[in-house]
Design a protein around this ligand. Structure first.
Ligand SMILES: [Zn+2]
Length: 501
């Protein structure tokens, strides 16, 4: 390992980053890293406080006195990391230190860990906070009449529970700077909230055994789609297998006699559905025409995803496995196919100030046929709470229009962080970045959940921004931190804090 001096300023940052890399800290196992932060605070004579869920704050009081209340800034990172390793590597995340390494890619120096995640997400945030604390203690850094709350949360990676269950009195401030972004030329100022819910439609199967000599079973598959994250990838207009299957089945059902046995598609609500299948009986004499009809639709459907879904497979063949001649009652089948055909899916609106940003979206994620019910799971997202309510109410109203005998369960509901492209903090950050680096920073919001969403819900008057150095390959053993970028963000962070006063 090269010595710290070769990595550039500030040395305290690298020193802490290396110390943190020796401390186990998988999500929900943050005891040791929290103890380390407590020890450092104690050594440097700063007060600290831990809340019930395990978040810790270190309070750095003003270095100079003022008559009026000091301005308060919260700096925040998360303590946990994603613990992933290559299969062939022998590594116990509960006790082994990460094996750090410096590599060169395209004339740039990067910090990595051998065979494991690096945990720069979010060790860099913690290292910035601790370095600031140390420099203030040593007198090297003076922030004058400014109060800092250094907040370290638990369990960001597994479910944002540190942020969602924070004791609201733990921190206080006019501004919050989250240190968990991964591009040094982009700042995040907003994210979508969402609601994931499940509807179970009751059903009693009907036997068509009497017709068994006149019918034959077919299976229709929609496969080979790209899938991806139902938030961040929803803008890419990828195909949703449930939607494609529903379109074909609805059309077939209008033209032919279809006895539906099962429809199944998707597993996860946070993934765009890659595969869906339908099993149904048809009249023997119509089987050939049905297959030809599907062949006729194929090029039209493929052309809708030209250049996006090059491996899309739509395939219909005789179903070979044993079926018991039980079908979904025909009137319910008609209603289900209508529902699926009408179900909203994909990006539904874009942000008025940023046409490249999805405002509200929906992922028609899962359809499962059970012995006595059809289960449907849907994930909706929106940049504001109103939008989230509207799309949810739209879909529930659609379900209600069919008078199903059904149960509705909300699985998760998380808040949005509505981007304010003209807040004082955003404008200052933009100006300072330009001044320091002679370059425009990209101000963005993302279509997936972040800790700041909870903070913006609990502290509605706090202005917030999320920043961080370049990290590539996050959440995988390829994770790496650009060394030069860490210095850039340090410089920016300190300048921003000083200029907020
Ligand atoms: Zn993170």
């Amino acid at each position: 390992m090269e010595n710290l001096k070769s990595l550039g300023e500030p040395q305290e940052f690298w020193d802490y980053l290396f110390q943190i890399s020796k401390i186990p800290r998988c999500s929900r196992k943050e005891e040791l890293i929290r103890a380390f932060i407590e020890d450092e605070a104690l050594k440097l004579k700063f007060e600290h406080q831990t809340d019930q869920i395990g978040n810790i704050v270190v309070r750095v009081p003003p270095q100079t006195n003022t008559e009026s209340e000091p301005l308060r800034i919260v700096l925040q990172s998360h303590m946990d990391m994603v613990c992933e390793k290559n299969e062939e590597i022998d590594h116990d995340f509960s006790k082994d230190p990460l094996r750090l390494n410096i590599i060169d890619i395209d004339d740039e120096k990067w910090l990595t860990a051998e065979g494991t995640t690096l945990g720069a997400d979010n060790a860099v945030g913690m290292a910035y906070q601790l370095a600031i604390m140390k420099k203030i203690y040593s007198g090297e850094l003076n922030l004058g009449p400014l109060h800092l709350d250094l907040l370290f949360t638990v369990d960001e990676e597994r479910g944002l529970s540190g942020a969602s269950k924070i004791d609201r009195d733990l921190v206080k401030g006019e501004y919050l700077i989250n240190l968990d972004s991964e591009e040094d030329d982009e700042f995040t100022i907003g994210c979508a909230g969402g609601r994931v819910f499940k509807v179970e439609i009751k059903d009693e199967r009907v036997s068509i055994e009497k017709m068994k000599d006149q019918i034959t079973p077919l299976k229709l598959d929609v496969m080979g789609l790209m899938g991806g994250h139902s938030g961040t990838d929803i803008i890419k207009n990828r195909g949703n297998a449930n939607k494609i299957l529903a379109e074909i089945m609805w059309k077939l059902n209008k033209e032919f006699t279809i006895y539906l046995c099962a429809i199944n598609g998707g597993n996860l609500t946070n993934a765009i559905t890659r595969e869906a299948h339908a099993i149904f009986y048809v009249k023997k004499e119509e089987s050939k025409n049905i297959k030809e009809k599907i062949e006729f639709y194929k090029p039209f459907i493929k052309s809708l995803f030209e250049g996006i879904e090059s491996n899309l497979i739509i395939n219909c063949e005789e179903y070979q496995e044993n079926l018991n001649h039980l079908i979904i009652a025909n009137d319910l089948k008609d209603k289900l196919l209508d529902l699926f055909y009408l179900m909203p899916n994909g990006p539904l609106s874009m942000h008025p100030k940023n046409p490249k940003l999805v405002h509200t979206s929906d992922n028609f994620a899962v359809i499962k046929t059970k012995p006595n019910s059809i289960k449907i799971k849907i994930s909706t997202r929106s940049l504001n709470e109103y939008g989230k309510e509207v799309i949810y109410e739209n879909i529930i109203t659609l379900f209600n229009a069919f008078n199903f005998d059904m149960d509705l369960t909300i699985i998760t509901d998380y808040p949005s962080w509505d981007p304010d492209f003209s807040s004082l903090l955003t404008s200052k950050a933009r100006e300072i970045y330009k001044e320091l680096f002679n370059q425009e920073v990209n101000i963005k919001a993302i279509h997936a959940g972040l800790e700041c969403a909870y903070f913006s819900k609990y502290y509605p008057n706090m202005q917030m921004i999320s920043i961080g150095p370049d990290i590539k390959g996050g959440h995988s053993p390829d994770e790496r931190l650009k060394i030069g970028s860490s210095k850039k963000i340090w410089k920016f962070l300190i300048t921003l804090i000083k200029n907020l006063q």
